[in-house]
Design a protein around this ligand. Structure first.
Ligand code: NDP
Ligand code: 8X3
Length: 249
């Protein structure tokens, strides 16, 4: 098996790369921070390949299959993990550039990778796409706005892929984690480590390897089993009651 992972320089992507590699699968590590990918590829050995890729760059994504050396060219599993949230303010005060970045990365980047990798999978007789959604796809929270919307797209796009790919032997899985301590909140709060740490204060979040184990598990099931959607939260997280605004008078 050869596994292509986007966003392999950190968090779930890096942890998934370690697990797939430990299971003797070849891994193509992609992200923007090539220094991190090179270090990880060196650590994982000959069966790992690092490629700098910004998933928002459609031309670069479309050129990717031709860029892969023969040993790594037959991608069996695509883990569409690259993504981010930026900011947690209300929609009325949001930065449109940040909304654009989330849409370009979480939605368009994921679409580009699917469209580019699917023909090869189908011609080789099968494959598996694992998309990283979020609990934010289904459950709104203050400041989730465009991030939640982008992950709702991932949810519905993943379901639609299943329908298009029926009979093609290509599995599609949408994994929707809740709170997980990676660099996610550091990115969301633009490098403010203290603010990021407060998100997980006094509770046990998921770890990157918890989610990576789930990603791997969905791919290791017998080929006739397709996990469509899998929502996972830390035990310490749940939903709130509906919010109600009451007039003070
Ligand atoms: P991290 O911030 O730790 O990792 C995000 C990864 O995405 C990095 O490797 C980063 O690499 C990559 N990335 C971001 N933008 C781009 C881009 N334009 N092109 C290529 N790669 C990019 O966060 P997580 O591991 O937590 O997040 C992974 C996925 O899981 C995301 O889609 C996120 O939305 C989702 N998720 C996270 C949850 C959490 O609580 N942590 C919960 C639910 C879902 P680089 O900067 O080097 O390009
Ligand atoms: C990340 C989880 O709850 O911060 O997708 O939106 S949350």
């Amino acid at each position: 098996m050869t596994v292509l992972i986007t966003g392999a320089s950190s968090g779930f992507g890096e942890a998934a790369a370690r697990i797939f590699s430990a299971k003797n699968q070849k891994v193509v590590l992609t992200a923007r921070r090539i220094d991190r990918l090179d270090a990880l590829a060196t650590e994982l050995g000959d069966r790992a390949l690092a490629i700098e890729l910004d998933v928002r760059d459609r031309e670069a994504v479309e050129a990717l299959p031709d860029q892969l050396p023969e040993d790594f060219s037959d991608i069996d599993i695509l883990v569409n993990n690259a993504g981010l949230a930026l900011g947690i303010g209300g929609a009325q005060e949001a930065d449109l550039d940040e909304w654009d970045t989330m849409v370009d990365t979480n939605i368009k980047g994921m679409m580009y990778l699917c469209r580019t990798m699917l023909p090869g999978m189908i011609s080789r007789g099968g494959g598996h796409i694992v998309n990283l959604g979020s609990v934010a796809a289904s459950w709104p929270y203050p400041g989730g706005n465009a991030y939640g919307g982008s992950k709702a797209f991932v949810q519905q796009f993943s379901r639609n892929l299943r329908v298009d790919l029926l009979g093609k032997n290509v599995r599609v899985t949408n994994i929707e984690p809740g709170m997980c301590e990676t660099e996610f909140s550091v990115v969301r709060f633009k490098g403010d480590e203290d603010k990021a740490q407060q998100v997980y204060q006094g509770m046990q979040p998921l770890s990157a390897s918890d989610v990576a184990e789930i990603i791997y598990w969905t791919t290791a099931l017998p080929a006739h089993i397709n996990i469509n959607q899998l929502e996972v939260m830390p035990t310490a997280q749940a939903w709130s009651p509906f919010a109600v605004h009451r007039d003070a008078s």
